[in-house]
Structures are given as structure tokens and as C-alpha cells.
Design a protein around this ligand. Sequence first.
Ligand code: ATP
Ligand code: LTN
Length: 333
Amino acid sequence: MGDTAVKKRIFSGIQPSGELTLGSYMGAIRNWNALQSEYDCVYCIVDLHAITVRQDPAQLRRRCLTQLAQYLACGLDPEKCILFVQSHVPEHAELSWILGCHTQFGELSRMTQFKQKSQQHADNITAGLFTYPVLMAADILLYQADAVPVGADQKQHVELCRDIAQRFNGVYGDVFTLPEPLIPKVGARIMSLNNPANKMSKSDPEGCVNLLDKPEDIRRKFKRAVTDSETSVRYDPEAKPGVSNLLSIYSAASGKSVAEAEAEFSGQGYGVFKNAVGEAVVELFRPIREESERLLSDKAYLEGIYRQGAERARAVAIRTLRKVHRKVGFLSR
Ligand code: ATP
Ligand code: LTN
């Protein structure tokens, strides 16, 4: 990474709580990829976050490895960025405790994701689910990140992180860099193919396309995508949420603008349009799926990447945590 002192730092993470999806690809990973040459990037598999809802242990372990293989297959390069697993760097949990003592109960109660998740998991609303955004703030602040590339749904969490950092700096002097959310122009909020009023989410398998889906499954999901009773392919998220979502996906997958895509399908009908979007996504994901499968057959290589990643991440994290300990008044170890 060479001249790390002058490069701005980027941090982001995704939970290994399911498959990587078209949503997480468009909202986050695509951007991560684009940033890695110019910035000092740290990308994480946030397994501590994943256990805020119940996980099957064997599946969680497998998903962490599969997710790393997919990060690499998407083009993240361990020579250019740090790739690691959150639980391998204990400073995340430690800083999270300290930040939790500087976060208001009321602030956490207002988080939209907490409200949604506690409805989805009404029988298991844990303290961890409630304090999830504090751990996310610790992730970001440990690395003094300048920017955090995420989908639109995570903006509120990054803003809370800024508030916590600002408050902390106000009490103890300059400790943390204030991070900005980096939200893509196209693809910041991919909607479910089944129900375009909802965000595409891992928990809705038919409305959701996964990075590792087989081509025939991707084609089927797009064929069945909900549209509307008109026939015109036109971008209008209010009146035509299904078609507009498909246009955004097509635009992001093909590199054409939404206007170019509208022109391409004008007068063609929804059947042709949906097939073309499906095909564009099949081709986008084909090399990623093939490369992920190849990488997953080499566990020793993947282990080498995440071990080295944790070591490099830890060197940065320890420095910040030491400073925090000093500032809050802990005796040095
Ligand atoms: P859930 O299934 O609980 O909704 P999720 O997919 O939102 O999970 P993550 O996998 O942790 O949760 O999200 C990873 C990243 O992908 C985040 O930056 C998030 O903003 C982004 N992301 C997730 N879904 C979408 C989507 N539908 N559109 C755009 N970005 C998304
Ligand atoms: N909450 C995020 C995942 C996440 C994250 C982070 C994103 C955890 N820690 C730090 C950016 C920076 C989500 O996508 N659900």
C-alpha cells in the first residue's frame, strides 16, 4: 500500500448472514472495487454483526469463507486492500464497549434497521441487535476511515457513527476522523423482484438474486419479476417501481445510462426487456461465480489471505485503541 499516509482511508463490511446478493453487489462491492486503486481500503466480513440474529455455527463458518472467495472473485485484490474477518481483530469488540458508553439509548432506539429487524425476529430481540450500530461505529472509527461505501439503507448508521465520533472528540480532543457515507448514484437501493416496494434482501429468496445463483435461476427470477399493467419501458420510480428497478439493474450491469436503456427497449414489451436484464446479470455474475468456485477449492490460499489481512488490520486498530484508552483515562497495560 506504500504511501498510506497521503491516501484517504475507506472502510466497509458485509455480514456473512446469507449469500451476497445483487443488492450488496450494486450497493457496495462494485464501489469497493472501484475505490481500491486510489484509496487505502479496508474491507471486512462482519461476523460479530451476523450473530445479532441466530446463526447456524457450521453454516456461519462456511459462509465466511465463501464470502471471502466472492470478495476476491469480484476483483478485490489483497495486494491493494486489506481483507479480513471482524472477529479476528478483538479491538472491534473492545472499542465497541467504550463507544457504547458514549451513545444514548434514545439514539439507538431511532435506528430504522433495529425497528425492522426486531419485528422480523420478535422472539429474539437481543441487546446485540440493539447495540449493532455501536459495533459498526467501532469498525469504522478504529481505522480512522474518511469514507464508507454502502447502500442507501446504511446511511443512517454512518451518520450515527459520525455523531458518536463528534461527541467523543468534543469530550477528549481530536481522536477520530469523521467518516462520510459513499452511496452510489445508480444501484443504491435495488428493490425486490417480487415486491418492488421492498429492498432486495437475503431473507426473500425469490425476489433476490445471489451472486452464486445458476444462470437458469437468474433467468427465471427475472422472467417472473413484478412489473405493471402498462407496456412502456420508462423510468418512473413512483408510478412504475418494478420497471424502474429493472432499468437501474440493467444500467448498472451493462454500463449504459438509464436513458440509453429506455431507448433500447422502447416499443419492445416487457418480455423482451426482462429477458435482456436477466441475461445482462447472468453475464455479469458468470465470471464471479466461476472464480469463486475455483478459489473455494483452495482453502489454504483463502486462510493465508484472511490471516495476513487480520494482522495488517490489527496493526492499525491497536494504534487507535491505545489512543482511546489513554484519552478516557485507563492505566497503560
Ligand atoms: P438483509 O438481508 O438483512 O437486508 P443486507 O443485504 O442489507 O441484509 P448486508 O449484506 O450486510 O445486509 O448489506 C451489505 C451491503 O450491501 C450494505 O452496504 C448495504 O447497504 C448494501 N445493500 C444490501 N442490500 C442492498 C440493496 N437491495 N440495494 C443496494 N444496496 C444494498
Ligand atoms: N451494517 C452493515 C454492515 C456493516 C458495515 C460496517 C458497513 C457492519 N460494519 C462498517 C460499513 C462499515 C450492513 O450492511 N448491514
